[in-house]
Write a protein that binds this ligand. Structure first.
Ligand code: ADP
Ligand code: GLC
Length: 489
């Protein structure tokens, strides 16, 4: 059987450009799909780090954006991923100070609708044969940045020699890419697309809605989130459309890239360890305490947080519960960046408790690994969480996750209740209500289990052995691609 040709379209990809979990998934999925028998290429915007990694440029294709600008689409090999990539070389759009979506003062770029419409447009052109040597059978786009691919593909179907499936994955429904109505004129889509039955959303242009409305299949990153977004509370205004499309919507749980996240072979941590030989974890804790200037207490229960600092992540519960945790002898280590008020609140905590609280504001891949390796508990009390990766990294590194029962957190963590401990299912701590009281009770359960070292060690070993690799998710994506193609024949 010939390999299925899949084009992955995303704004970020680890290790070249990352602001969150989307990059981890976009970086791991091509390899996982290849192992499951697909031939995968990626399409990316030409951010500086991506272009710099593009080696052996093989082909350049001319492209005219819908608003008339001429650009070049380069095909080559991404050296760090060993992957064939198409990269949109448009320095006027992508080579700027600041992040991929915002300028250095954290304001969204004024022409973001063009910068990301182009990503979808280039995907649809590839689906129509722009590269005569390689036609994708499936175009798989991720989040609002790539969502217009689905609209362009729906309108260009007649130009394609054989049907190409469009699959759209929602990583976070809260970020929708909504733009002023005037931006529609730039997109080059038929006027009837700017309607309720299209990408119009309360008089604005919504890229997210384009993905949800026009894709052949929609997935999101956990089964529970797939259900949650069909109800108003987490539907972010799009639950109605998602209910209408529920037959083509499914949840496929994210997985862990074990070539990056594996404590037995992680060059970024102080000592290797695994479920059978956990001793290295003690050394990792001591090393991190030294590095961060915390009291060198082997017995301190260490809580780790690696997170964007936004309302979504629910860290106000940790701030609220902090004093009680410290009174019980905890150490708390936080690595994150985001909203200024939250950054300042956390800096204040570190100043007040220098021996027991360490706060690093910024982005640091190595420190993230060292925190999972050193800590006993990974805190992920998110208000909502489509999937969440840090609780899975916590499991792999024997740092038991303490989470709110939502989205992918509910699908990956089992509370240490007496029943679940007895039946060998428990792997962390889960609270149901998003209240300080419920959070505090989960923290108490963590302390209680920690006092019984034998039980703790047993739960930790089980957590570290839990299968979290990509094989199952990749199989589910391949089955979905195949059934989408069958439905288009
Ligand atoms: P989200 O995508 O909503 O931010 P996830 O849990 O899916 O949440 O993924 C977050 C990813 O970003 C993880 O790989 C985590 O380790 C990483 N991360 C978050 N904040 C930082 C930071 N300040 N420094 C390094 N890595 C970070
Ligand atoms: C988003 C979500 C997160 C998910 C990640 C990768 O950023 O917030 O829950 O794990 O995408 O799918």
């Amino acid at each position: 059987m010939r390999a299925m040709k899949v084009l992955q379209v995303s704004a970020e990809i680890f290790p070249l450009l990352k602001t969150g979990g989307l990059a981890d998934i976009a970086g791991a999925m091509p390899g996982a799909l290849a192992a499951a028998g697909c031939e995968v290429r990626v399409l990316l915007p030409g951010f500086a780090s991506v272009l710099a990694d593009l080696k052996d440029a093989q082909e350049s294709m001319e492209l005219t954006a819908p608003w008339g600008q001429s650009l070049v689409l380069r095909r080559g090999r991404l050296a760090s991923l060993g992957l064939t990539a198409y990269v949109i070389d448009a320095p006027q759009l992508y080579r700027r100070p600041g992040g991929p979506y915002e300028d250095a003062r954290r304001r969204p770029h004024a022409d973001n609708h063009r910068r990301f419409a182009l990503l979808g447009f280039a995907a649809a052109e590839l689906a129509c044969g722009l590269d005569a040597d390689w036609w994708p059978q499936v175009v798989h786009s991720h989040d609002w940045h790539a969502a217009l691919a689905n609209a362009y593909m729906a309108f260009s179907r007649a130009r394609r020699a054989s049907p190409v499936a469009s699959v759209f994955t929602v990583h976070n429904l809260a970020y929708q890419g909504v733009f002023a109505p005037e931006s529609f004129a730039d997109l080059g889509l038929p006027v009837n697309a700017f309607a309720v039955d299209g990408l119009e959303y309360h008089g604005q242009v919504s890229f997210m809605k384009a993905g949800l409305y026009y894709a052949d299949r929609i997935t999101t990153v956990s089964p529970t989130y797939a259900r949650e977004i069909q109800a108003p509370e987490q539907g972010c205004g799009l639950d109605g459309l998602l209910r209408v499309r529920s037959e083509v919507l499914s949840g496929i749980l994210n997985a862990v890239d074990e070539s990056v996240w594996n404590p037995a072979r992680d060059p970024l941590i102080a000592a290797p360890f695994d479920a059978r030989r956990p001793a290295g974890k003690v050394l990792c804790k001591a090393a991190l305490q030294r590095e961060l200037g915390l009291a060198p207490r082997a017995d301190a229960m260490m809580f780790g947080v690696v997170s964007r600092l936004t309302e979504q992540k629910g860290l106000q519960l940790v701030l609220g519960g902090l004093d009680a945790m410290l009174e019980r002898g905890a150490q708390v280590v936080l690595l994150g960046s985001g909203e200024v008020a939250l950054e300042n609140a956390w800096r204040g905590c570190a100043r007040a408790h220098p021996d027991s609280v360490s706060v690093h504001i910024g982005y640091d891949e190595g420190l993230a690994h060292r925190i999972f390796a050193a800590s006993d508990v990974t805190l992920v009390p998110s208000r909502f969480e489509p999937c969440g990766l840090t609780q899975m990294y916590g499991l792999k590194y024997g740092s038991l996750p303490l989470v709110h029962r939502v989205g992918g957190l509910a699908d990956t963590v089992v509370d240490s209740t007496l029943e679940d401990l007895a039946e060998g299912r428990a792997n962390g701590f889960v609270f149901g209500e998003f209240t300080l009281e419920a959070f505090n009770r989960a923290v108490c359960r963590a302390f209680a289990l920690h006092r019984h070292r034998l039980h703790w060690n047993r739960v930790r070993a089980r957590a570290m052995r839990q299968p979290l690799g990509w094989e199952f998710a990749a199989q589910q994506y391949v089955a979905l691609y195949q059934s989408t193609l069958n439905s288009l024949q």
